[in-house]
Ligand binder design. Sequence first.
Ligand code: CP3
Length: 344
Amino acid sequence: MAQTKTILRALAGETQTIPPIWMMRQAGRYLPEYRATRAQAGDFLSLCYNSDLATEVTLQPIRRFGFDAAILFADILLVPQALGADLWFVTGEGPRLSTITNQGDFDRLHAPDDIHETLAPIYQTVRNLSGALPAETTLIGFAGAPWTVATYMIAGRGTPDQGPAHALRQENTALFEALLDRITQATIHYLSAQIDAGAEVIKIFDSWAGSLKGADFQKYALAPAREITAALKAKYPAIPIIGFPREAGDNYVGFAKATGVDCVALDNSVSPDWAARHVQVDGCVQGNLASRHMVSGGQALVDETRTIVSAFSGGPHIFNLGHGITPDADPDNVQRMIDAVREI
Ligand code: CP3
């Protein structure tokens, strides 16, 4: 069936004169209306688990900017929480979790399909959104990739170099691989439930893929992405999947073919010209404007936006940032970016 939604057309391989656009973290602290709803919810996790308010914040950037896609408002760390990890957020610092460092910690985790009670409000948010979005807006569901989620579960927090996860990988490979497999299986259940609730596209965030080198990238970034993609494609062949092995560098090349994803999201450390030649040759790409332009604005924002649109104009492309928009961004710069994309 021919697709009418621009994002689905790009994901089906169509080259469009004006690429569709959305933005990572488009619902977030740079928006005053987000801050107001978050204050109403109390804290970030209460906002994630309140389906009505999570629906509201997902819709806010669609109302304000008319993005071509909405991304479910939730977090990649809800899966560890549903598996039984303690999770809380320290204001100004980020997430904290109970750690997985030995077999005993691992044995206390729930079975991979024993997550749905905790995550039921998230599925309700997806159902709300599929009824509430404008007809032209695509609904994206998501999860963290197993490696990235494991880095937080092992360290109990974000780390600059994912040191604790690399240490466990070397010192207790069996436990590390068992944890990755538990997350992989839980993620397949979680994403399947999002699709059942109405998600039209799935994105897998591997934010720390760049710290896996050589054979480790193949084993712990590529293979889990392939396993999740294969499981979802077997059940839902029509649902496109976007992979985001952030800072993969040369490992972006061939990633779509090797994993089966329909689109590779690019961070801004790779040049659009290089990525057009080496990654877009295999299909749709997404990206990759540096988030700092949303803070600094000016002519550089417009020029760089046009450079990216032009570099990817020969094939299927979804315009996006190279990573999430930051809280200090100016919403007016978001509008300037959208205007620059749509005017070309
Ligand atoms: O993109 C969206 O608008 C959808 C919602 C979304 C959030 N987090 C909301 C959020 C998505 C897709 C994520 C993914 C996520 N969460 C990732 C992968 C993408 C990436 O950024 O690399 C990661 C690593 C996380 C884990 C996480 N969540 C961290 C490290 C933090 C703290 C850092 C920060 O930005 O504050 C969060 C919090 C978080 N997740 C916020 C939002 C809007 C900020 C929470 C707040 O309101 O204070």
